[in-house]
Design a binder for this molecule. Structure first.
Ligand SMILES: CC(C)(COP(=O)(O)OP(=O)(O)OC[C@H]1O[C@@H](n2cnc3c(N)ncnc32)[C@H](O)[C@@H]1OP(=O)(O)O)[C@@H](O)C(=O)NCCC(=O)NCCS
Length: 166
């Protein structure tokens, strides 16, 4: 993944001393990822959920972005046959707006193709305009809604899909 990583992060070094890397998530990253999860979501996934994803779920692929070795973003997906499903993506609040979320999503889309994915889907809150803009920029389009999907406020979920290209 190293060569691909270098292309993805090109232009992401904000200052000479900062080293941005993107790599697969390991169990050693889980504490930092859970911290990020709490900073980013009203109903964060518990630690066990990430451990199970990394150790049991053979369809799960999780990636982290590090800045000078510190986890500052992550994204996960399941690839089942030719469909990839993004489970979650978050960027540390202090690192948002620097195209890391976009780079991560592009990385996941590229990886999904390598695993045989032809389409990718995700759910997003109608109120999450930042994420919706990001997904629209990447070619995702709205395909429907799941009523009362989010348990904290019963907000609907917008279901989005994109066709993946090799
Ligand atoms: C959504 C999220 C992952 C975006 O990551 P990011 O690194 O801040 O976004 P990027 O800098 O890569 O921006 C990429 C695109 O997203 C959109 N975007 C980013 N910040 C935005 C903002 N403040 N307002 C509106 N759109 C925004 C834009 O389309 C942007 O492209 P552009 O700069 O060419 O216009 C990040 O805001 C986040 O972690 N949010 C909290 C968790 C979350 O909501 N996850 C998604 C759940 S579905």
């Amino acid at each position: 993944m190293a060569g691909q990583t270098e292309r993805v992060i090109e232009g992401q070094r904000m200052e000479a001393q900062e080293q941005i890397d993107i790599r697969f998530m390991t169990l050693d990253d889980v504490d930092a990822v859970v911290e990020l999860e709490h900073l980013s979501f009203t109903t964060p996934w518990p630690r066990d959920a990430f451990v199970n994803e990394l150790t049991i779920n053979q369809h799960a692929k999780y990636v982290v972005v590090t800045s000078n070795g510190k986890v500052v973003a992550y994204c996960g997906m399941w690839v089942i046959l030719d469909e990839a499903h993004i489970t979650n993506i978050a960027v540390h609040p202090q690192f948002r707006g620097r195209k890391l979320g976009e780079a991560l999503m592009r990385q996941m889309m590229g990886m999904a193709v390598l695993y045989g994915g032809k389409r990718m889907t995700l759910e997003v809150r109608p109120s999450n305009l930042t994420a919706r803009n990001l997904y629209a920029k990447l070619g995702f389009t709205e395909a429907g809604r799941r009523k009362n999907y989010y348990s904290d406020n019963q907000e609907d979920a917008i279901i989005m899909w994109v066709t993946l290209h090799e």
